[in-house]
Write a protein that binds this ligand. Structure first.
Ligand code: MG
Length: 204
């Protein structure tokens, strides 16, 4: 089982630990605000959850999504916000067992695709999240535990993140750089990998 609130708390902690790295990556191909934006947004989420604990996973994830949209800003706010709003809609009132979590994660990813129109190889967060979702689904279909499936999802996300380095950015601010975006790891794919790692850490 995954407690959705614990997932988000773990994500906030990982973002806090990696803020400088995200800032440096975004300084190379963006406007150097991804670290501070993500830290502000995830800290606001943790504060809001501490003030009022929503009664269901769906309500908690909806609150997370709304808070991220309001506080992260830039391109990442609506994308991460949409991810969690779609997760919320897919989660309903049920707890996150393996099947429900995979369904919600896939729904969140689909929301990012709808919102950002990103495809594989565009050098975005999609390049980390899509292989993670595929690995998760595949391992669960093979009968693995949620923990083992998420271990595989983390490895897939990391590989997807690392694969953004040689890519030419086709979305977002980095795409303005054209060829100069090549050779840099995508900040969004980097924070998205932390989102997958956070889910693994949140397994109770
Ligand atoms: Mg930026």
């Amino acid at each position: 089982m995954i407690d959705p609130i614990q997932w988000v708390r773990c994500f906030a902690e990982l973002i806090d630990e990696h803020t400088d790295e995200l800032t440096e990556l975004d300084a190379a191909i963006g406007d150097a605000d991804h670290g501070s934006n993500m830290r502000r947004g995830t800290a606001a989420v943790v504060d809001a959850l501490a003030e009022s604990a929503p009664p269901t996973p769906a309500a908690a994830l909806k609150q997370v999504g709304m808070t991220l949209i309001r506080t992260i800003g830039g391109a990442s706010g609506p994308l991460y916000g949409t991810f969690f709003l779609r997760c919320a809609a897919a989660a309903g009132d049920s707890d996150f067992d393996a099947a429900n979590f995979a369904k919600a994660f896939r729904a969140g990813l689909d929301g990012i695709v709808t919102r950002g129109k990103a495809e594989s190889g565009d050098k975005t967060m999609f390049d980390a999240l899509a292989p993670a979702a595929d690995a998760l689904d595949q391992r669960l279909a093979d009968g693995d535990s949620l923990a083992d499936a998420l271990d595989a999802a983390v490895v897939a996300a990391e590989a997807g993140r690392d694969a953004t380095i040689p890519m030419l950015a086709r979305k977002g601010r980095a795409s303005y750089l054209g060829e100069r975006s090549v050779g840099h790891q995508d900040p969004g794919a980097t924070s998205a990998t932390l989102l997958v790692l956070a889910a693994r850490q949140a397994i109770g």
